[in-house]
Ligand binder design. Structure first.
Ligand code: DQQ
Length: 494
């Protein structure tokens, strides 16, 4: 049923059927990449969540594995095995996840077989009996776990009423008995202006702490998803310094300008030493449409996260994704005349990479998933600011108001800023996979979903809307299905 849906991506990971949300337990073990994810195999609704599991040798082709963790018949996870992580406990693969019972989530532990297929829940679950006393907390779930100074440390996502989101710090010698240390950091979301694009929410879901080395030296990064009263807002990160039992932030940033369309990310360090991140691309069509289609939720492509000179993060699809490129069309040297859109590519599975010269103050309009008569089209507007060197930004706006003739599809606009490059050029990467769009402007991601109704909504066009626009370097490719039979991995089973 799901496979006949024209909105179902063909080179992004999607659940075999049913529901998918957060990526969990990301790891590379004996060379094999493991992607676990929040999953309801029964139906495309968020209910009695299990941990789905898939493996890959190349981050491109995936093989479905048996469901890894299922809610218990009774006990602390009777209502769901919510998000968590996988750590290597002296050779024993160990999952720390949030067991849900009624409205409550508490940390639980399970140990796995070497191939990560068979999991045994610890009889001592939940391993933390209750949230810390004396704090008026909004929620208590999701885990970031690491080894430090011969002990384990853990962050659990929460929110303090009247203050804001928080990450609560714990310590353990054995992953089974935990001491509460205190809040690593408390946000100010409860009192801040909620309309701010970097509003930090009243609760933090899926907190994650890691360090990165880059052009500007070493930095610590705290990633979380801003949540409020049952609403998912957006993924953010603080840069700063993790010292002792606290995190001292020096900047708040949007991880992706798509808001809830790139949510609950999780990352890991792979064998090549790269920080690789996945996020959940939520649906932008009504729940009933997803239920009728038989599936819901898309996993982002793997993104490599790096630290830039300005101290912020840059995101790029893992280079392996280029293995799916076919039928290259070179676009280098093309110049756009004002008001005359040039056709760049055609299809609903595409990769387009452009380095464009935009004069200061100039702007361009990139149209995707467009019909010939423009009755359906999704428009990316890019404008180069004229302001002085240091603080110059590239403004971006994704106009989805005509992305679908279906009145029920979400057509809200998505906006924000991307950093400027030292050479003034704008690097654009557009990955179009049916309803899934992943756009990168100078390393700033903007993820969205679009649901064109017409089969001829396939054109990609570029126009200059002010000033001169030239493609200094560029190409477009059709993208192959990742699920096609006969792919390199013995997997790629559907
Ligand atoms: N999804 C999980 C929670 C997490 C939320 C439940 C974020 O653990 O807080 O499926 O999308």
């Amino acid at each position: 049923r799901a496979d006949t849906d024209p909105h179902r991506p063909r080179f992004h990971f999607v659940p075999p059927s049913g529901w998918l949300n957060d990526p969990n337990g990301l790891t590379q073990r004996d060379g094999v990449y493991h992607l676990f994810y929040q999953h309801n195999p029964e139906a495309a609704v968020h209910h009695r969540i299990s941990w789905g599991h898939a493996t890959s040798r190349d981050l491109v082709h995936w093989q479905d594995e048996p469901v890894a963790l299922v809610p218990g018949d009774s006990g602390p996870d009777v209502d769901g095995c919510w998000s968590g992580v996988l750590v290597d406990d002296g050779g024993v693969p160990t999952i720390v996840y949030s067991g849900r019972h009624g409205e409550r989530e508490l940390p639980c532990v399970a140990t796995g077989s070497d191939d990560l297929r068979a999991w045994t829940k610890d009889p001592r679950n939940p391993v933390v009996a209750a949230p810390p006393a004396g704090l008026d907390l909004v929620a208590f779930r999701d885990h970031s776990v690491w080894r430090e100074g011969g002990r384990w440390r853990q962050l659990i996502g929460s929110g303090i009423r009247g203050r804001g989101g928080t990450a609560l710090l714990y310590e353990s010698v054995d992953l089974r008995s935990w001491d509460y240390v205190g809040p690593l950091l408390v946000g100010t979301g409860a009192t801040d202006d909620r309309s701010r694009p970097d509003w930090t929410g009243t609760m933090w879901e899926c907190v994650e702490l890691f360090g990165l080395q880059g052009g500007s030296g070493a930095r610590d990064v705290l990633v979380f998803s801003a949540w409020d009263e049952g609403q998912t807002h957006h993924a953010l990160y603080f840069t700063g310094e993790y010292v002792g039992d606290t995190f001292v932030p020096d900047g708040t940033h949007r991880l992706d300008l798509g808001g809830r369309y790139f949510y609950a990310p999780q990352s890991f360090t792979d064998d090549a030493g790269r920080r690789v991140m996945f996020g959940w691309l939520q649906e932008g069509r009504p729940d009933a449409a997803a239920v009728a289609a038989g599936w819901s939720g898309v996993m982002s492509l793997p993104r490599v996260v790096t630290l830039a000179e300005d101290g912020g993060l840059r995101l790029a699809p893992a280079p392996e994704i280029a293995d799916l490129r076919r039928d290259r069309v070179t676009l280098t040297g093309r110049e756009m005349l004002a008001g005359e859109p040039a056709a760049l590519a055609s299809g609903d599975q595409l990769d387009v990479e452009l380095l464009i010269a935009l004069e200061p103050g100039a702007s361009a309009r990139l149209v995707l998933r467009a019909t010939p008569d423009a009755s359906e089209e999704t428009v990316l507007e890019i404008a180069r600011e004229t302001r002085g060197r240091g603080d110059a930004r590239v403004r971006i706006r994704l106009d989805r108001s005509r992305s679908s003739l279906d009145p029920a599809a979400d057509r809200g606009e998505l906006t924000g800023d991307a950093p400027a490059r030292a050479d003034g050029l704008v690097h654009l990467r557009l990955l179009v996979d049916r309803s899934a769009l992943e756009l990168f402007v100078n390393g700033q991601a903007l993820t969205a979903r679009v649901y064109p109704t017409r089969a001829d909504a396939v054109a990609v066009r570029l126009a200059a809307t002010g000033g001169r626009v030239r493609i200094e370097d560029g190409a477009a490719w059709r993208m192959e299905d990742a699920w096609q039979a006969g792919a390199p991995d013995e997997g790629a089973s559907r």
